[in-house]
Design a protein around this ligand. Structure first.
Ligand code: GDP
Length: 325
């Protein structure tokens, strides 16, 4: 039985990846950071019906001694570093914390793996936000980076350190440059979930308006369930490498709103307002990925269309709010 250790196990990707690995017969361990809100910690794992099947291990990316202990205790064959301060907008308010967790956390984990578990395979969750002010119309593994937020700068450090540990120490360390991926388990602060939750509240009469930021930004949105499959495939390769995962389709926030409201029979133009409070100090206007390498080398293609995902997310938020009424 293979063993996997996941950081960020309580997040969207951690939950879907746990589900995938459990279905493949893995023993799944999740690194759990102590927090005051212990009661909501396993919410996403519960939603997927797998909360009892993931073994949670105490630890924190900012504390290398806890990582060494967790690696010794769990003896993983595969390590997935999904833990991060992952909300771009918050990274301007907490830039140093973002650096400590998102950048130095990856350094701590890579170093701990090098010291106590060098034979394990390592996955780093890199991000399309690293392309930022895009240097090519469609972004691939070869496109130069130009990060536009403290979050993206931190992710870029972690990305290059992963490449460097592979090249320096021969570690099986891969970096997945994932474009935005969403689901009913996406955090409510991200634009897609904010919109589908808003649609549900408006549909059920709990609200009338939704205040939004820049509607003209475009993103290449896929479904998280498809993307965790790509992560796993990267670690099954004989040789570690870096891969973009993307759908190859880019859609504006405005169009996402239109689709989501329309799914509930609503006209977004009647409900969506703009509020400068949701604008960012520096914006990433367009992200549009090319996942050709992943398709050719990993046999990976995203299975879920944007329309299907929007419908799933709106329906899930309607059900959540109805259950509370
Ligand atoms: P990101 O790509 O990791 O920053 O993912 P987000 O889902 O947070 O944001 C995606 C895009 O939606 C960015 O260009 C935001 O500026 C834009 N956006 C527009 N309005 C909002 C909003 O109200 N909340 C968020 N989170 N993003 C918004």
């Amino acid at each position: 039985m293979k063993r996997a250790l996941i950081t960020g196990v309580t997040g969207q990707d951690g939950a879907y990846l746990s589900q995938l690995l459990l279905a493949k017969g893995y023993a799944v361990f999740g690194l759990l950071r102590r927090s005051a809100s212990a009661d909501v910690i396993a919410e996403r794992l519960r939603w997927l019906g797998i909360a009892g099947q993931v073994t949670l291990v105490d630890g924190n990316l900012t504390d290398i001694s806890s990582l060494i202990r967790a690696l010794n205790e769990t003896a993983p064959d595969e390590i997935y570093n999904l833990g991060a301060q992952s909300f771009v907008k918050a990274s301007w308010n907490q830039p140093l914390l973002t650096g400590q967790v998102t950048a130095m956390g990856a350094a701590n984990l890579l170093e701990a793996v090098r010291l106590v578990r060098p034979q394990a395979r390592f996955y780093q969750a890199s991000s399309s936000e690293m392309y930022g002010l895009i240097q090519e119309k469609v972004q691939s593994e070869k496109t130069p980076f130009y990060p536009r937020s403290p979050y993206a700068v931190a992710k870029l450090y972690a990305h290059w350190l992963t490449v460097n540990y592979r090249e320096s120490f021969g570690m099986h360390a891969s970096s997945g440059i994932l474009f935005n991926h969403e689901s009913p388990l996406r955090g409510i602060e991200f634009v897609t979930r904010k919109v589908t939750d808003g649609v549900a509240r408006i549909k059920l009469g709990l609200a009338t308006e939704l205040a939004m930021g820049n509607l003209d930004a475009t993103r290449d949105w896929g479904h998280a369930r498809d993307y965790v499959e790509g992560m796993w495939r990267m670690l099954q390769q004989d040789v570690a490498d870096d891969y973009v995962l993307a759908t190859g389709r880019t859609t504006s926030v405005r169009e996402f709103c239109r689709l989501a409201f329309a799914h509930a029979g609503l006209d977004y133009e009647r409900h969506v307002k703009t509020d400068v409070a949701f604008l960012r100090p520096a914006e990433v206007d367009v992200l549009h990925g090319a996942a050709r390498k992943a398709r050719e080398k990993l046999g990976w293609t995203p299975a879920t269309s944007l329309e299907t995902m929007v419908a799933e997310m709106v329906d899930a938020d309607l059900a959540r709010h109805r259950a509370r009424m």
